[in-house]
Design a protein around this ligand. Structure first.
Ligand code: AP5
Ligand code: MG
Ligand code: ZN
Length: 217
């Protein structure tokens, strides 16, 4: 099963993708995580993307599409059981590229498009309290999902940090970029009859239960 997980910054895409990937054995593919990992290892994709990410702008499509295909092709075995795309596609051109280039190349298709909806005013609180593991990318929240030991990842023992795009200016720009470029994808997939809406304004466990229920259908 291949899933697209959509939603605004802070909606819980990464949080839910981790749970789905553990439960269903699917590969978690987050373009944001791929760019951040690429930057850490000083890979050219990460270095080029960083200037855009810091500002909260979308990385150019050409670079994003190339990096994603490169990752999917290099990890074909891990993708065999299926994958969850977290944060891709992020505009209509990427959605068309996925449908017309990437999926045919991999010889596969998308089975579900889930949109996690959360009221805008709650997103800032979620993003400002988030702590992310440097090693495995797991998200925590100082109030809503605190780690057992402050500053340490429950999952792998890695160091928790605040992302470079979590300052006020970058967050405002990310929300704006989402409204301009990404929100139109909701209608795009709804018009194709492929969209499932998930209420993201509930506890993490309830959101996860709703996702599992929707995947059964
Ligand atoms: P990316 O890394 O994808 O960031 P994003 O879309 O802004 O989303 P986040 O990762 O911030 O939020 P999330 O939905 O994963 O929420 P999380 O689960 O962490 O992209 C970063 C940048 O990379 C972009 O700005 C762009 O520059 C670039 N980029 C990436 N993909 C690209 C593409 N395709 N094209 C071009 N550029 C691209 O949860 C957030 C917080 O809320 C956490 O603290 C969590 O613990 C908490 N939380 C989660 N669920 C709940 C709940 N139910 N109740 C209470 N708290 C909750
Ligand atoms: Mg994320
Ligand atoms: Zn970790």
């Amino acid at each position: 099963m291949n899933i697209i997980l959509m939603g605004p910054p802070g909606a819980g895409k990464g949080t839910q993708a981790k749970k789905i990937s553990e439960e269903l054995g699917l590969a978690h593919v987050s373009t944001g995580d791929l760019f951040r990992n690429a930057l850490r290892s000083m890979n050219e994709f990460g270095v080029k993307a960083n200037a855009y990410m810091e500002k909260g702008e979308l990385v150019p499509d050409s670079l994003t599409n190339e990096m994603l295909l490169d990752h999917l092709e290099k990890n074909k075995d891990a993708m065999a059981a299926g994958f969850i795309l977290d944060g891709y596609p992020r505009n209509v051109d990427q959605a068309e590229h996925l449908a017309n280039v990437i999926l045919p190349k991999l010889g596969t298709k998308i089975d579900a498009v889930l949109n996690i909806a959360v009221p805008s005013q709650k997103l800032i609180t979620r993003l400002s309290g988030r702590r992310t593991c440097r090693d495995c990318g797991t998200s925590f929240h100082v109030e809503f999902n605190p780690p057992k030991v402050e500053g340490v990842c429950d999952n792998c023992g890695g160091e928790l940090y605040q992302r470079a795009d979590e300052n006020e200016t970058a967050v405002a720009k990310r929300l704006d970029t989402y409204d301009q470029a990404t929100r139109p994808l909701i209608e795009y997939y709804a018009n194709k009859g492929e969209l499932t809406e998930i209420n993201g304004d509930q506890s993490m466990d309830k959101v996860f239960a709703d996702i599992k229920e929707s995947l059964k259908g």
